[in-house]
Design a protein around this ligand. Structure first.
Ligand SMILES: C[S@@+](CC[C@H](N)C(=O)[O-])C[C@H]1O[C@@H](n2cnc3c(N)ncnc32)[C@H](O)[C@@H]1O
Length: 363
């Protein structure tokens, strides 16, 4: 008889410390969503507590055989309504690798549904590992390939990770609430530098917002990560109060236990809409080195009605992200409180009118 695998159970999360080539602990068709990032086969360091190190420089044939075996197990355990999110990126020296890995999944039975771009940095915001120097541009995105088991049976709910409408007249036209599908480019910057994100012996964790969004999008109740690493997917599952199962062959157990148990709360992820980001940057650029008061003395801002509405959204975004950029928090909250009192039919609304220092509400 087989011996009981070495595992940990933290709340509703189970992590097996063994290879996911064989996931016999998981019943057929019992998983709603798989979110994972495999080893990238490019000399990253994954080592366990005993100092055993995963060989991240396998021959291409050996690497692909490992992944195909794991994807086949994934296919077996996924329910017919289930979805599979596979994150991987190309490095400077391995262009095309991601796509080759994605192409293996249909060999295991999956239908390739679409690709999400995970944008790590936008207009200078967000950390990434520089690789460019003078020979190429830095890589600031990775892929999240999306697969399903049965293309007729799966469903997702884009509004579950949606964003507010810029044009509120769209509410009710496509959806009842003020939430719309944010699309397939996800801006999820690391909250800290990659260096500080890397846990000792375990490179390349993805930010928790990434599995969080995948799980929310599908409304899954049972989640699997066959390459659990530091346990980020299970940490997201724990926050969302859904059952998670992970496999990690080279575990740093303390890191995993901490990651799963400590992530009881993090700011709700918000998709920043690029044109809103640009609005922010436009004003940051204009504000340059000015203090808030100096800024108010300048007559430089005026907004169209559209921009005015956008700024309300930016306010929500900033609230959600708990940004502490004092200037913008003050600035947008002023707008937020005054917007309903003003006549929005005005073609242009001058900022200076709002920032009249005699206004008793302005501190
Ligand atoms: C890119 S990392 C995953 C990082 C993870 N998403 C996180 O946020 O920490 C890939 C992981 O797969 C693990 N791994 C490699 N081969 C494995 C196997 N056969 N079974 C299970 N895990 C394996 C590596 O040790 C590494 O931790």
């Amino acid at each position: 008889m087989d011996s009981e695998p070495n595992y940990d159970k933290i709340g509703n999360q189970i992590i097996y410390y063994k290879s996911s080539e064989d996931m016999k602990e998981v019943k057929d068709s019992s998983i709603d969503v798989i979110v994972t990032s495999p080893p990238y086969n490019r000399s990253k360091v994954y080592s366990d507590d005993e100092g055993n190190v995963y060989d991240d420089q396998k021959s291409e044939a050996e690497y692909e055989a490992l992944l195909l075996q794991v994807w086949s197990e994934c296919y077996r355990v996924l329910s017919s309504k289930g979805m599979f999110f596979l994150n991987i990126g190309d490095s400077a020296n391995s262009q095309g690798l991601s796509n080759r890995i994605a192409e293996l999944a249909p060999n295991a039975g999956f239908f390739r549904l679409q690709t999400i771009i995970w944008l790590k940095s936008f207009l200078g915001r967000g950390h990434y590992t520089p690789s460019g120097r003078s020979r190429r541009l830095n890589n600031i995105f990775e892929y999240i390939f999306v697969f399903v088991k049965d293309r007729k049976k799966y469903r997702m709910n884009p509004q579950a990770i949606g964003i507010p409408y810029a044009d509120k007249s769209n509410i009710g036209r496509y959806a009842k609430s003020d939430l719309r599908d944010a699309g397939n480019v996800w801006f999820i910057p690391y909250s800290r530098t990659t260096g500080s994100t890397i846990k000792k012996g375990h490179e390349a964790p993805f930010p928790i917002e990434l599995p969080y969004r995948c799980i929310k999008l599908t409304g899954a109740k049972n989640v699997l990560d066959p390459f659990a690493g530091t346990g980020t997917t299970l940490a997201a599952a724990r926050i969302l109060d859904v059952n998670g199962i992970g496999y990690e062959k080279f575990p740093r157990k303390k890191v995993i236990q901490q990651r799963i148990s400590e992530h009881q709360f993090f700011p709700q992820p918000v998709n920043l809409i690029p044109h809103l980001e640009q609005t922010i940057y436009k004003y940051v650029e204009l504000a340059d080195n000015l203090t808030f008061d100096e800024l108010l003395d300048q007559n430089i801002f005026s907004f169209t009605k559209k921009e005015y509405n956008e700024i309300r959204i930016v306010q929500d975004v900033l609230d959600n992200l708990r940004q502490d950029t004092k200037l913008f928090t003050e600035y947008f909250s002023y707008f937020h409180t005054h917007i309903d009192k003003k006549d929005l039919s005005d073609k242009r609304i001058e900022l200076t009118k709002f920032f009249d220092k005699s206004d008793p509400n302005h501190t």
